[in-house]
Write a protein that binds this ligand. Structure first.
Ligand code: GLN
Length: 410
């Protein structure tokens, strides 16, 4: 609305503007423009290399691009059906069978959304009563907090503990109570790059079953896993398919984040419940891009293998570069993101570090504190996105080399 144009050097752009906006409803106070928008704007203003928001700097496969153009030319430009075009719902079901052995009914158990973000928000709006509690693993993607708040829910966090980012099952059990409605899971995990293993998922499933909770799971990084890590959809665990709402999208798997084609699957009653909220958000979206996603999901196994291998090579290049530049890095098992500890370089505040970084050396990163309720827990960490061309990553590493506190711009 009357948001001020950002000042080139103003750190206030990262402050939660909601706190001082009299128009904003109380349940959204404390939230401002997301860090991703802020940092991408900062990158655009300063011309810095943007390793903040997670999006690739190259388009996905040509045949998918061509399929979108063809769909526009073929006249698929009016409202798609409320659940999404049947061909895409079938493609989602086929994909879940091909990769995970899940049986999904494309007619009643799949919903196409405006990216995973809409699926998450609609799920919270449809499934969470005001006052209900939603469990999230901290650090968490900021959109979860806003979506829970939109629904009037309350978040309860379970910390992924340093150094191996495992959680204590006792912590999970401790936050679950009579008000708990659901567990909002994210694996592979943004921002840490952790991939939840079979034991961890089994522990989560046991708690969900014991307390009769739903699980909403954001699996958009499902194909971006490295080395011997293995993505396990929580819906594949015994007893879980009937209580799990699984979300993914084409943005990350196919390199088209701007198309905003996401989807969800789950029991028909969960799908129809979430549709009630979803149809009052975007109603429907992305008609021709839904057609292109059918082509994308049908790509052969080689595409998916190469996608992960290629990104793994970039991870290796970038993480080695960060280590050589003096950061301490925990190499991610999946996702677009590497988290670096800035303390070995003599810095201690990731927000200050990220705000000054574009001017110091022409790189944008995300301060990990935004992913924590307890900001102190993430103060020393910053998140870099490495889903960029190798030469861009090498240039970024060069710029990040030799940083030290007090060093001026340039
Ligand atoms: N998931 C992306 C990230 O973490 C951002 C998506 C967004 O900006 N909404 O970078």
């Amino acid at each position: 609305m009357d948001r001020q144009a950002p000042e080139p050097t103003s750190p206030a752009t990262v402050a939660p503007m909601g706190e001082r906006n009299p128009h904003l409803v109380e349940r959204l106070r404390g939230f401002g423009t997301t860090i991703f928008t802020e940092m991408s704007e900062l990158a655009a203003r300063t011309g810095a290399i943007n390793l903040g928001q997670g999006f690739p700097d190259a388009d996905g496969p040509d045949e998918v691009l061509e399929a979108a153009v063809a769909a526009i030319r073929a006249g698929h430009n009016q409202y798609p059906p409320g659940l999404g075009i049947p061909a895409l719902r079938r493609a989602v079901a086929d994909h879940q069978r091909r990769f995970y052995g899940l049986e999904v009914d494309p007619d009643t158990e799949v919903l196409v959304t405006a990216g995973a973000a809409e699926a998450i928000a609609a799920a919270m709006l449809a499934l969470v009563e005001p006052g209900d509690e939603v469990v999230v693993f901290e650090p968490y993607f900021d959109h979860y907090a806003t979506s829970i708040a939109l629904a009037g829910g309350r978040r309860r966090v379970v910390r992924l503990q340093e150094p191996d980012l495992r959680f204590d099952v006792a912590d999970l059990e401790a936050v679950v109570g009579p008000e708990t409605r659901l567990i909002l899971l994210n694996s592979p995990h943004n921002p840490t790059g952790k991939v939840f293993d079979a034991d961890e998922l089994a522990a989560i499933a046991a708690v969900a079953i014991e307390h009769d909770l739903l699980v909403v799971t954001d699996e958009v990084y499902e194909h971006l896993v490295f080395d011997d890590a293995h993505h396990i959809p929580v819906a594949t665990l015994p007893g879980m398919a009937g209580r799990t709402f699984t979300i993914s999208s084409g943005g990350k798997s196919f390199g088209f984040t701007g198309w905003k084609i996401g989807w969800a699957h789950g029991p028909a009653e969960l799908i129809s419940a979430v549709l009630v909220a979803k149809q009052s958000l975007t109603y429907v979206s992305g008609g021709p891009f839904q057609h292109a996603m059918v082509t994308a999901l049908g790509l052969d196994d080689g595409y998916y293998t190469e996608l992960a291998d290629d990104l793994q090579a970039r991870r290796d290049l970038f993480c080695a570069g960060l280590e050589a530049a003096g950061f301490t890095v925990r190499p991610p098992e999946g996702t677009y993101f590497a988290t670096a500890d800035i303390r070995p370089l003599g810095f201690d505040d990731g927000l200050d570090f990220c705000l000054s970084l574009p001017v110091r050396c022409g790189v944008v990163a995300i301060p990990s504190a935004v992913f924590y309720d307890d900001e102190d827990a993430g103060r020393h960490l910053v998140r870099f996105a490495f889903c960029k061309q190798p030469e861009v990553l090498s240039e970024a590493v060069e710029r990040l080399t030799g940083l030290r506190p007090g060093m001026g711009p340039g």
